[in-house]
Design a protein around this ligand. Structure first.
Ligand code: F6R
Length: 364
């Protein structure tokens, strides 16, 4: 049932190249992104004046990554919210809003309540859902299914990855329709998107290095994940993976925010993971890494091939293949999933069923 893997989580981590490929393939017609089968017509995308993207946990982390990508590509303002916050804050939905609800299970109580509230307020709802026929899938105006297949492990991996690519497709198509992305550039981006499965596989092929590092740091008490922009969104997800399955206290910080308080927690040998996939922010984040390093942190740097100067500061460096910077989250998250997984294994924990957690949170 686990296909020869020790845990569902490891199996699902390895299913990501296929899950990503299947999700991209489902919404391509020739070399065009096509949402007509889900009823989401170009006119609808052309008229959007604001996106609201809502989810819980990892789905919220996808929303954050999507905000950076969507705003940069479409120039449309994007608000993101944790579903349990959105539903109780009497949100203002401006006209021509598209509310995007992201959910693997399609049954998360707070996300479903957020969907119903958005509809009550007259907004159109796009559900990004993995489980076919689930409540969120049924109640959304448009349902964009992800093709991750069944996800058993409580900690999400492949569903998260498919949600990301679904959001890239929405951003690309919207930008194209609005004339912000030429047909030619869109085709180039699609071609790059289609290289992600291979690039993810390449990272997976190198997993022993992460395993070695994880066993070395399995007894850490605290961990910090730092990044800016999209790398901050990745930090949140990497940190959640670590907390939920390894029971290590971990925090994700926008790198520039660190010195406003949290840096006082850094002491000799505190493990800090710096994430630097965005070349325009590289030097900025490096300077934050220098700050934590000088306070004794043990530093893991996660960046793209070519940025070898990271080794001037990092004690351990992990490289992922280059891609369009908008897609970098899809690659950088893989080593962090593996890190959480292997720390949990090294500690002998119940990886697939961490304490106190349920796969689908159907009560608020
Ligand atoms: C973390 C995790 C959770 C879910 C969250 C939302 O690994 O799995 O944070 O992402 O409970 O669940 P769905 O996507 O089913 O709404």
């Amino acid at each position: 049932e686990k296909g020869g893997y020790e845990h569902f989580m490891l199996k699902e981590i390895h299913e990501q190249p296929k899950a990503v490929q299947d999700t991209i393939g489902a919404y391509l017609k020739g070399n065009q992104i096509d949402f007509s089968e889900i009823g989401l017509e170009d006119e609808e995308l052309a008229s959007i004046e604001r996106f609201y993207i809502i989810g819980c946990g990892s789905a919220y982390h996808v929303a954050m990554a999507a905000k950076y990508v969507l705003e940069d590509m479409t120039q449309i303002p994007v608000e993101i919210d944790i579903a349990s916050e959105f539903r109780y804050r009497n949100p203002i939905l401006v006209k021509n809003s598209l509310v995007v609800i992201i959910s693997q299970s399609g049954e998360t109580a707070d996300s479903l309540a957020a969907l119903r509230l958005a509809k009550e307020k007259g907004a159109a709802v796009l559900g990004i859902v993995n489980v076919v026929g689930s409540s969120i899938a049924r109640e959304s105006d448009y349902t964009l299914y992800t093709y991750a297949g069944p996800e058993i492990s409580v900690a999400t991996t492949k569903a998260y990855s498919t949600q990301l690519v679904a959001m890239y497709l929405v951003a690309m198509r919207t930008a194209q329709i609005r004339g912000l992305l030429s047909d030619e550039d869109c085709e180039k981006m699609i071609a790059e998107l289609q290289t992600l499965p291979k690039k993810i596989q390449k990272i997976l092929d190198d997993k022993e290095r992460i395993q070695w590092f994880a066993s070395k740091y399995a007894n850490a008490k605290d961990m910090f994940f730092l990044g800016r922009g999209l790398d901050y969104a990745i930090s949140l997800e990497g940190s959640l993976k670590m907390k939920e399955i390894s029971y290590i206290h971990s925090e994700a910080y926008a790198a520039g925010e660190l010195k406003h308080g949290t840096i006082s927690l850094i002491e000799d040998n505190t493990l800090v993971v710096g994430i630097l996939t965005q070349s325009n922010l590289y030097e900025k984040t490096v300077s934050n890494m220098v700050e934590v390093k000088s306070r004794g942190a043990y530093l893991m740097g996660l960046t793209t091939y070519g940025n070898y100067s990271i080794e001037d500061n990092a004690d351990f460096s992990v490289y992922v293949p280059k891609t369009d910077p908008h897609f970098a989250t899809s690659l950088a998250i893989i080593p962090l999933q593996l890190l959480g997984y292997y720390v949990s294994v090294a500690k002998g924990l119940d990886v697939d069923k961490p304490r106190n957690l349920a796969k689908s949170v159907t009560v608020e």
